[in-house]
Design a protein around this ligand. Structure first.
Ligand code: NAD
Length: 512
């Protein structure tokens, strides 16, 4: 397997895929190391995360350059959407881990349980397997890894076969920060190596990738009830309401559709515009799209880099051909840019699209912006929800209240008002989808929750007393219990009082 620069075709490094036996050995080493790592305590783990943050900050330009070389995105994007996201995630984990892991007292309102002292403990799962994609090859595995490690888990990461170097860079930064080598390990390999990790003795899996792979993994995981987080694909809608600012919304659409050459799970993949704005909005999108500079992301003047590989280019071409054949118009782009290299596709704006077209139903993961008109907010919400996916969505309006009300009706894990995609850069915001876009959350408090098992510990404050609900049943006990239920739940105060009198005998009860 080779890591290849998608802009130039240059092979950056070749690797041998890890075998199933090597994967299993890595998981065993991780398991052996995890108990000590957890016992080290949250303060020491946070120190390592903070050192990692400082080291990454020092090496930010180098890391961004590597990301650009391996995944193709422009340098500014590598810094903003990868390095900065990871720095913020490290800060979030370090700042919040202590409070998050602190045990919580659990109060009881049921009178029968008043002698109980309950508390919640958050314990690490043990060894967490992480399988990640190539499109955000540094930020996705790093944010998930940091949350898993700071909560006391060991991690075995399998980065995408296309971007193994970014995964290895994460390891070298963590090791330099003092992370024990067996607590965090990277195994390189392709699908079968990932499959071996799913079948290994890991305690939980965090998978980010396509719906197809996610479903296959879920089937294997079901066989042994392996808990999984599945961060899958999206077909995110953008709704431009009749009061939106055309200049702002069109700039948002162009960035949202073409950032990372459209290869973002949160990309704008479907754009719906109120009919009154449709012509002017399209015109603005076309003008701005034609100004974009496509090229090698290493050049700081580049806006849009290459597509990752030939397979992805063919998906894009198929969708454009399907749309053209069914009456869509290509207003910008619509072809490969072979003069730039094998993997470049022109940012493309499509109008007159219909909902049955592939480009409105299947994830593109490429630089396409299909735009469709709608007549009412009702229709816009219906179109947005008419999808198998539900990762994120955006609503564009000058009236924030109207946007917020619409947001509540859209089926998605996240809805942004007057922006798109940037929610991924908010470490506090949970990330994840509904419907085919996945199960579970990463990032923020809910992302930390996925990394722990909750244990409830309950101690009786009156250990010298037999509990009234233990054996020794009989007619009088049944009457006392009825009274006890009435005491707590009867509608009127009178009934409650009568219940209390009937229940009173329970106190003297001896039981078995
Ligand atoms: P992919 O599903 O092809 O591969 C993802 C990872 O799974 C890779 O590391 C791959 O080697 C591994 N894999 C492949 N087959 C496997 C198997 N049978 N068992 C275990 N592991 C296996 O996805 P991709 O092309 O790398 O990434 C693009 C997809 O990821 C898009 O659909 C995109 O929307 C999605 N994505 C989702 C999010 C999110 O947060 N929801 C983020 C980024 C990307």
């Amino acid at each position: 397997m080779a890591s290849v620069n998608p802009a130039t075709g240059e092979t950056l490094r070749e690797f041998a895929c890890a075998s199933a036996a090597e994967v299993q050995a890595a998981v065993e080493r991780a398991r052996a190391a995890q108990a000590d790592w957890n016992a080290l305590g949250v303060r020491k783990r946070v120190e390592i995360v903070r050192r990692f943050e400082r080291l990454l900050h020092e090496k930010k330009s180098e890391v961004a350059r590597l990301i650009t070389q391996e995944a193709g995105k422009p340098r500014a994007e590598a810094l903003l959407t990868e390095v900065m996201v990871v720095l913020d995630a490290a800060r979030f984990c370090a700042d919040n881990a202590y409070a998050f892991l602190r045990e919580e007292k659990v109060g009881h309102s049921n009178l029968a349980m008043k002698t109980k002292a309950g508390r919640l403990l958050r314990e690490p799962h043990g060894v967490i397997g992480i399988i990640s994609p190539w499109n955000y090859p540094f930020s996705i595995p790093s944010t998930e890894t940091l949350a898993a490690l700071v909560t006391g888990n060991a991690v075995v990461l399998k980065p995408s076969e296309l971007t193994a170097l970014c995964g290895l860079e994460l390891a070298s930064l963590l090791y330099a920060a003092g992370m024990p080598r067996d607590v965090f390990q990277v195994i390189v390999g392709d699908g079968p190596t990932g499959g071996a990790l799913v079948e290994s003795a890991i305690d939980k899996l965090v998978f980010t990738g396509s719906v197809g792979t996610g479903k296959r993994i879920a089937q294997v995981a079901a066989g042994r009830l392996l808990p999984v987080v599945l961060e899958l694909g999206g077909k995110d809608p953008m709704l431009v309401l009749d009061d939106a600012d055309i200049d702002i919304a069109s700039s948002g659409a162009v960035w949202g559709a073409f950032v990372n050459a459209g290869q973002a799970c949160l990309s704008v993949e479907r754009c719906y515009v109120h009919r009154s704005l449709y012509p002017a909005f399209l015109q603005a999108c076309v003008r701005k799209t034609k100004q974009l500079r496509v090229g090698n992301g290493i050049d700081t003047e580049t806006d849009v880099g290459p597509v990752i590989h030939e397979r992805q280019l063919r998906v894009i071409e198929t969708q454009v051909e399907d749309a053209r054949a069914r009456g869509a118009r290509v207003l910008a782009g619509g072809q490969r840019l072979r003069n730039l290299g094998a993997n470049f596709y022109a940012p493309t704006v499509l109008s007159d699209v219909k909902h049955a077209m592939q480009v409105m139903r299947e994830e593109t993961f490429g630089p396409l912006l299909p735009v469709m008109a709608f007549d009412s907010d009702e229709e816009a919400v219906r179109l947005a929800n008419d999808s198998d996916y539900g990762l994120a969505a955006s609503v564009w309006t000058r009236d924030r209240g109207r946007g917020e009300r619409l947001a509540e009706r859209i089926q998605a894990g996240t809805v942004m008002i007057n922006d798109t995609i940037s929610c991924f850069g908010i470490s506090e915001a949970p990330h994840g989808g509904v419907k085919a876009s996945g199960i579970g959350r990463t990032h923020g408090k809910f992302g930390l929750e996925e990394m722990v098992r909750v244990k409830y510990v309950d101690a009786d404050r009156m250990p010298g007393m037999k509990k009234v609900w233990w054996y020794g049943y009989g007619e009088s006990f049944a009457r006392q219990m009825e009274g006890f239920v009435d005491l707590q739940f009867a509608r009127s105060w009178g009934e409650r009082l009568r219940g209390a009198l009937r229940a009173a005998g329970v106190v003297k009860r001896k039981g078995l």
